[in-house]
Design a protein. Sequence first.
Length: 276
Amino acid sequence: MRLRFTKMHGTGNDFVVVDATQTPLAVDAPGIRRLSDRHLGIGFDQMLVVEPARSPDTDFYYRIFNADGGEVSQCGNGARCLVRYVHDKGLSAKNALRVETRSGIIEPRLEKDGRVTVNMGVPVFEPARIPFVADRRASTYALEVDGRKLEISALSMGNPHAVQVVADVDAAPVASEGPLIEGHRRFSERVNAGYMQIVDRRHIKLRVYERGAGETLSCGTGACAAVVAAIARGLLDSPVRVDTRGGVLEIAWTGEAQPVSMTGPAQSVFEGEIEV
């Protein structure tokens, strides 16, 4: 079977996007791993699959698969690419969409300047819902990693995040420490490990070791989680500029029980077909 796809990226977080609105995707986890290989396949951080709506008040259903073949519930940079994709492909003439994911409904909107804004939903802090093992909710937690205690914030943006503040994000041990946090026993579904350097009260630098993908050039939900965690701790003021290694995002959050807004670019790179 030949698979038609579009290669896209959102601030360097790269995707293969597949239209499954007419024909269901027939690729399993080993097949996704082969396709994600940057030497022998296409190469991507995540595969995004656009499916017909499952609810009458939504436009599409959106599935996300990490490079390791595992299906996840949310991807912020992917959501921006999704709305650009369906608009460019003529699957919808709407600039604003309601899209269902495994974690709920998101509302991406194509702006006049070509960027995309996504209502990412309300962040979750309750440990059991992240999920994260803790006696009670707190603004920070001590996490023992490789014999050291790290101070992290734990929350969910539709997927779990562990965010820590570092003095120099470029010197942070993302490659060595990130996998240890990702697979930590207190996160039963694994976790995305974020490293945030605060430049000023409206500006941060960020790196994220993503579960199932490793460090990526950008992580949209990671940017949301970092900003929310820091605002909740009184360290930042909304809106916040987030410098990732792949580009700039703008994150806004007005506080407890309110949704997070993310704005950033989404770009098509090329079209292709591959035998699967």
